[in-house]
Structure formats: C-alpha cells, structure tokens
Write a protein that binds this ligand. Structure first.
Ligand code: COA
Length: 260
C-alpha cells in the first residue's frame, strides 16, 4: 500500500517501520499523516510477519515538529474540538496496539510530535532530539493527550513546568525525567530500537499484548486495574503460548512461541 505522507517497510526481522515523510515541513502531523499511521498499523495488526513497530521521522532534523499549524490556523472552537476528538482515538490506537511500538526520536518531537512519542510504548532518542509542548506559544494546549500522558511519564510538577513554559528539553534531560527510555548516537537509533524489539520478539506475543492492555487499564477511567489484570492473567491460561512457555521451562529448554 502506498501513502502520501508516510513510508512503510517491513524489515527482515519483522519490524514494521513507519516513517513520517514530510521532512520539508519537519514532519508536521496533518490529519492525513495521522490517518495514514492509523491505517498502516491496522493493516498489520494480524500480520504474523510483524513482531513490532518503529515510528520515526524522515531526515535528521525532526521526528515531528507538531501538529500542522497551517491546517488549523483558521479553525473555530468546534473545528478545534473536532481536530482533537478525531486525533485522540488514533493516539489511543498506538498506545493499545497489541504489538510493541517504539518511537525512534531523531530530532524535534514537539507538540503533537511529542504526544505521538508518548503514545508509543517506548521511546528511544538520538542525542540531537528535542522534546517540548510549546502549544501555549500559539494560544493553545496539547490536544492529542499531551496533558495526560506527560503527567503519567514525568509527574505533575515537571509536566506543568514544560506545559506552561513551552521549554524545549534536550535528550539527556528527557532521559533523566523518564520521558525517554534511552538516548543513543544518531547512527545507533534504529539499531537500538530493533535490538529492543528483537528481545521482545522472543517472548510470548499473547503475553506481550496482555501486558500492554493491563498497563493501559491503570490509566483508563472506570477500569479497576487489579481486576483487569486478573482477567487478563486468567486469559493467558490455556493458550498455546502458556502451554509452550510452561512446558519449555519444565523441560529445561528455550520456549519457541508461534507468531500471529
Ligand atoms: N506545522 C506546520 N509547519 C511546520 C511546523 C508545524 N508544527 N513546524 C515546522 N513547520 C514548517 C515551517 O513552517 C517551515 O516551512 P516552510 O519552509 O514552508 O516555511 C519548515 O517546517 C521548516 O521549519 P522552520 O521553522 O523554518 O525550521 P527552524 O529550524 O527554523 O525551526 C522549529 C524549527 C521546530 C523550532 C520551528 O519550526 C517551530 O517552532 N515549529 C513549530 C513548533 C510548534 O509550535 N509545535 C506545536 C504545534 S501545535
């Protein structure tokens, strides 16, 4: 499938690489980009050849420098709300995708770009990455979950500081705050993401999905996280992965889980 603003590729290790491909606009997220990311994820959700996903930006300058300001500059209140309401499920779809999703942050991750990295399960940044939620410079606030996920990742005090000052932070500070999992030299960015996915790919795909859904339950209104965990825990029993994992352990061999 071909897209207008993203590139997709499945590498030899079963990693779906989604590249936001608008380098001349610093990979700004217009509504088509977001729809295409959602479509690419959906297209491979049941693809047994895909173990995990990396989302990155084209070029060396930006992961994504925000939502596309030119797209919404003339919006009124209703259109602004609709922009957020239509984007939030796309970000939630990334956050609850049943296969691991890593943001490979290769430059600016600002506004909606920072929000997209936060919807991913893990974040690996290159040394030149910059993070921030500069919406208040535009008379705006984040609209794709940024006010919520930033608190979850770095805590209320620092989140409020970044949201109110619009400060951009460099990769080492993002690491220190827990906003990213790793910081690596630019040339090691994709290898590091692939190494993490390769390790996860040796585990039970059923269990990885349930880990993602169980953790998400903590952050979902109306869900009792412990009860949800118990339900998901129970669902693991009787699966082929459970049989393989426990049998392999008892027979002192390495488990080999089926994909898909
Ligand atoms: N939306 C739309 N276009 C954007 C964009 C965005 N969020 N961010 C960058 N661009 C475009 C610029 O308009 C410019 O396009 P042009 O060449 O057609 O004029 C191009 O990308 C390059 O950006 P430029 O500003 O010239 O690069 P820079 O190196 O001088 O500055 C930034 C980089 C990231 C500091 C600056 O682009 C910026 O502040 N972007 C907006 C960040 C933001 O507010 N994000 C939150 C949006 S809700």
């Amino acid at each position: 499938m071909t897209y207008q603003y993203i590139l997709t590729k499945i590498d030899d290790d079963g990693v779906l690489i989604i590249t936001i491909n608008r380098a001349d606009k610093l990979n700004a997220l217009n509504s088509t980009v977001l729809k295409e990311i959602a479509a690419a994820l959906k297209a491979h959700v049941d693809n047994a050849d895909v173990n995990g996903v990396i989302i990155t930006g084209a070029g060396k300058k930006a992961f994504a420098a925000g939502a596309d300001i030119s797209e919404f500059a003339n919006f009124d209140a209703a259109e602004g709300r609709d922009l957020s309401v239509s984007g939030i499920p796309i970000f939630k779809g990334v956050e609850t995708y049943p296969k691991p999703v890593i943001a490979a942050v290769n430059g600016y991750a600002l506004g909606g770009g920072c929000e997209l990295t936060m919807a991913c399960h893990l974040r690996v940044a290159s040394e030149n990455a910059r993070f921030g939620q500069p919406e208040v410079n535009l008379g705006l606030i984040p609209g794709y979950g940024g006010t919520q996920r930033l608190i979850q990742l770095i805590g209320k005090g620092k989140a409020l500081e970044l949201l109110m000052t619009a400060d951009l932070i460099k990769a080492p500070e993002a690491l220190q705050l827990g906003l990213v999992n790793y910081v690596v030299p630019f040339e090691e960015l994709m290898p590091k993401c692939k190494a993490i996915l390769a390790k996860i790919a040796t585990k039970s795909p059923v269990a990885i999905d349930k880990v993602i859904q169980a953790v998400d339950g903590y952050y979902t209104d109306g869900v009792d996280g412990l009860a949800n965990e118990a339900k998901l825990f129970g669902e693991c029993f009787g699966t082929d992965d459970f049989k393989e994992g426990t049998t392999a352990f008892l027979n002192k061999r390495k488990a080999e889980f089926k994909r898909g």
